[in-house]
Design a protein around this ligand. Structure first.
Ligand code: AOF
Ligand code: ZN
Length: 367
């Protein structure tokens, strides 16, 4: 969202309306996968006469809602769309035809659709019909909006984000113990953005609940539970949803009560010879998940190897860290400092920092 003052004083140019498209698109945050979030604004004589967004896969596209909202005023108007209008019959008819029929004069597109069945064909079709088309307005913003959708389109895998918390003297939350997370209050909002969340069986055994977004009306991410322990039977809290899946090693034993709870809820248990993020990610991609949060909360000792490999294999693209306003007293932190020396470093790019409650949040991309 933008500063009200700036918006009031902003020049109402193509960028302005495209930013509005992105804002409108975000109404459906977390709800559109495997489809992208798309916003559309119809402008006539300097006034917004119609707005729409794509609410959910299977439902009409943004352009259809915006054109309906504008009615006859769409004739000779300019349509702004954050993603190239589609030119194919999918679950819904092509948006290019809807725009042509509504007789819009000009179409401004944020970015070309990376979906190979669209990829510039939408733009070509509009131009063919004599419509003035401009592509690439606020493109970075539009790309950021759909970074997960774009990533899955190009790789078939979901965009992977690693999340963790650190004390100010550099200890992981797994070393800090329970109750040290979520101080900044951002976690619930973060969950809302993701299609899936990967959690370790060991950390679930510690917590009595599953991570759920508390945002009103939030679509909850698929709970992807990874159980790797071979040393003792794993007990999991009873899931409060059947939107979950368990990946376990052949050698991992689930407690009988846990196993019967999972069966009762119809939750799939997938057994793997080796626990690799690659296998979990390809399952997620096939299920239409565009984004997955790998959550390092609590005890993730059973998780570290998988994560290290995931970063190495470029399955994890992004990280979100919460710097907690805590100083761990009886820490073994010398060991960590020494261990850190002389190691290989992976640089992070496009870093952003932000205060959240009493914490500092850091976001960056592995390159
Ligand atoms: C648009 N406007 O609002 C969206 C688009 O199965 P369908 O019919 O919903 O088609 C899905 C594809 O359409 C999706 O992969 C993407 O290429 C495009 N999404 N296009 O013009 C929209 N959501
Ligand atoms: Zn469409």
């Amino acid at each position: 969202s933008f500063c009200i003052r700036c918006e009031l004083h902003a020049e109402k140019d193509d960028s302005y309306y495209m930013r509005r498209c992105v804002e409108v698109a975000r109404t459906a945050l977390g709800c559109t996968s495997p489809n992208p979030m798309v916003g559309c604004v119809i402008v006539k004589d300097g006034n917004i006469v119609g707005e729409g967004f794509h609410p959910k896969a299977g439902q009409p596209h943004a352009e259809v809602f915006a054109l309906k909202d504008a009615g006859v005023l769409a004739g000779n108007a300019t349509a702004y769309v954050s993603l190239e209008p589609c030119n194919h019959y999918g679950r819904t008819p092509p948006c290019t035809e809807a725009l042509i029929q509504a007789k819009v004069k000009r179409v401004v597109v944020g970015m070309v659709d990376p979906n190979p069945i669209v990829a510039s064909k939408g733009v070509e079709r509009l131009k063919e019909a004599g419509i003035d088309v401009k592509v690439g307005v606020e493109e970075d913003l539009c790309r950021k909006l759909n970074e997960a959708y774009i990533h899955r389109m190009l790789t078939r895998n979901p965009l992977g984000t690693l999340r963790y918390s650190l004390s100010l003297n550099g200890l992981f939350q797994s070393q800090l113990g329970l109750g040290a997370d979520e101080l900044g209050g951002y976690y619930s909002k973060l969950l809302q953005e993701y299609d899936g969340i990967i959690i370790s069986g060991a950390s679930l055994a510690q917590y009595s609940t599953y991570p759920r977004s508390r945002e009103i009306g939030a679509k909850q991410p698929l709970q992807i539970i990874v159980a790797t322990s071979s040393s003792f039977p794993i007990h999991l809290p009873v899931p409060d949803t059947n939107e979950a899946v368990v990946f376990k090693l052949k050698s991992t034993v689930l407690e009988p009560s846990t196993e019967s709870n999972l069966h009762r809820l119809g939750i799939e248990i997938i057994t793997l010879d080796q626990m690799e993020l690659g296998q979990i990610f390809s399952y997620c991609g096939q299920q239409g998940l565009c984004s997955v949060l790998v959550d390092q909360r609590g005890d993730c000792s059973d998780f570290e190897e998988i994560i290290d490999k995931g970063i190495e294999q470029r399955l994890l693209q992004k990280m979100v860290a919460e710097l907690l306003p805590l100083w761990a007293k009886d820490s073994d932190s010398d060991a960590i400092r020494v261990e850190g020396l002389g190691q290989k470093w992976i640089p992070l790019e496009d870093l952003k920092s932000q205060a959240s409650g009493v914490s500092v949040l850091l976001e960056g991309y592995f390159r």
